[in-house]
Design a protein around this ligand. Structure first.
Ligand SMILES: *Cc1c(COP(=O)(O)O)cnc(C)c1O
Length: 218
């Protein structure tokens, strides 16, 4: 597939859901991809990218940012508190705020740095043990806690369990967002972004459908 094809499919999904054209942001997930593939997508004019790991992002994006204007970088993978400062300096949005300790660290660093990236709270909608994210039952209280810390929470993010119907998880995430007055919904990947758009996604995170298969999984 290609960037253009994914952009067309997003436009069709927006129209089908009777949503405004351009209401969905495409995050091109470039983790693990060879630099030539990332560069090709930058050359086509795309600027919104997603990375899973701070270390990997720090290795390639300062150079790309120097060469291409207007890069908008999203951290979509789990964040350790000892990498929080680097993540805040490098990324425009962090999608993986998922525990009080991290929220406290981000708030302290935001004071120190005089600013904070846009933030999404990650919800573990499938309640999977190995997966990051706040449990659905704890989400409201955690969002309130983040707000009390003055963190700029823009929305919620989820990664549905692979073996379950993604739509159920997208609906649950949308419901939690609505009752907390949050408008951002980061949900939908290569295999299910159209379903996510139908259920209100504002940010879809698409990797392999744009860049091709990754050489390995993280
Ligand atoms: C890798 C990744 C994606 C993209 O996955 P694809 O199936 O390649 O589209 C989206 N979101 C997160 C959190 C990821 O880690």
């Amino acid at each position: 597939m290609s960037l253009e094809e994914i952009q067309n499919r997003i436009a069709q999904a927006e129209a089908k859901a009777e949503r405004a054209a351009g209401s969905v942001t495409l995050i091109a997930v470039s983790k693990v991809q060879p630099n030539e593939r990332v560069e090709a997508v930058l050359e086509q004019g795309h600027r919104v990218f997603g990375e899973n790991r701070v270390q990997e992002a720090a290795g390639k994006w300062p150079d790309f940012k120097a060469r291409f204007e207007g890069v908008d970088l999203h951290l979509i993978g789990p964040l350790q508190t000892n990498k929080a400062r680097q993540a805040m300096e490098l990324c425009d949005t962090i999608h993986s705020v998922d525990r009080p300790k991290l929220a406290n660290t981000l708030a302290r660093l935001a004071q120190e740095l005089g600013g904070c990236p846009d933030l999404f709270v990650q919800v573990n909608t499938g309640e999977e043990e190995q997966k990051a994210g706040i449990l659905p039952a704890d989400a409201d209280a955690f969002i309130a806690q983040c707000r009390a810390l003055d963190l700029p929470i823009k929305g919620l993010m989820c990664i549905p369990p692979v073996e379950e119907e993604a739509s159920l998880h997208f609906s649950l995430l949308a419901k939690i967002a609505e009752r907390n007055d949050l408008t951002g919904l980061s949900m939908g990947m290569s295999s299910d972004f159209e379903k996510a758009i139908a259920l209100g996604a504002t940010h879809v995170r698409v990797g392999s459908a744009i860049f091709g298969a990754r050489a390995y999984e993280l």
